[in-house]
Design a protein around this ligand. Sequence first.
Ligand code: CP
Length: 309
Amino acid sequence: MDFYDKDLVSIRDLDRDHIEALLDLSEEMIPYAKGEKVDRMLDGKVLGNLFFEPSTRTKLSFESAAYRLGCDVIDVSEMSMTSISKGETLADTIRMVDAYCDAIVLRHPHEGAARLAAKFSINPVINAGDGAGSHPTQTLLDLFTMRKAKGSLDGLNVVLVGDLKYGRTVHSLADALTMFGAKLTLVAPETLQMPDDIYAGLKDKGCNIRKESDLNNVIDQADVLYVTRIQKERFPDPAEYQKVAGSYRIDNVILREAKSDMIVMHPLPRVNEIAYEVDSTPHAMYFEQAFNGVPVRMAILRAIMKEDD
Ligand code: CP
C-alpha cells in the first residue's frame, strides 16, 4: 500500500487501489476495534488530535482507534485553549504540535487549513474536515459501509440529498464514488446544490451524474440514500438558512417507494433530516456507519504511522 508517512488531506491523495487496500485493512481491524483482539502495533507512537470545530464521531473514533492500537493521544478541542487565542498563527501552532507527536489529525473551520498544515508539518497530517472543503476519512468509512452492505462499490446508484454546497462529506464522497463508476443523483434545494466547480470536475472524470429537486422522482432507483444535515453554521446569513431548513425529511412514508435493500446513510449528527421511526427499519445504516469510523481510522493510522515489515 506504501502509505507510510504520507499526508491524507484529500481523497484525491488516494487512488482506487489505495482505497481498496485501506478498506481491506479496515475489515481486518474490526475485531480489534471491538476489543475482541488486542494488538499494540503503534506502541510508543503519539497522535496529536487538534479539533478546532465541534466533533463527536471523528474526534472520539480517532482517539479510540489510536488507543486500541497502543498509540497515545495528545489533544486540543478548542482554539481558545491554545496560543492561537494570543495571536499565534496556525502554521506556528502546527510546527509546535508536530514536534510533540508522530502524526496530526486536524479539524478546522477553514477550507484549505489541512493543506496548509501539511506544508508546515514534517510528520503526516490527516484532514478531519476543513470547513466546507472535504472530509476524506469520513469518505473512507462511508465507502467501507457501502461495500459491506452492498458487496461491492462498483456501479452503485447513490442519491446524495440535503446540503451539497456546504456539506464537505459529500464533496469527498462524490469524488471517490466516481472512481468506482457510481451513478450519482444530487437532490438539493437550488441554493444548496453541489458547487459548479466540483460538479464540472466530476463530469470531466466521466461521472454519470445529474441534479434533481424532488426526491420522490428518484428514491425507487437508489441503492444508497446518503442524507446530509443542512450546515446551519456555514450560512453567512441566518435568514438564508431559514429558507431551506427542513427541506428534506426521510420517514417511513417516503421509504415505501425504496428498494427493500436500499440503505440510508448519514455522516451524523442528524437534526431533523431522518425521522426516528427510520432507525428501526432495515434501511437504517447510519449508526453502523458511525461505528465503522473506528476500524477505518485504525487502518488509516496503521498505514500512515507504521512502516510495512
Ligand atoms: N461525521 C462527522 O464528522 O461527525 P462529527 O462532526 O461528530 O465528527
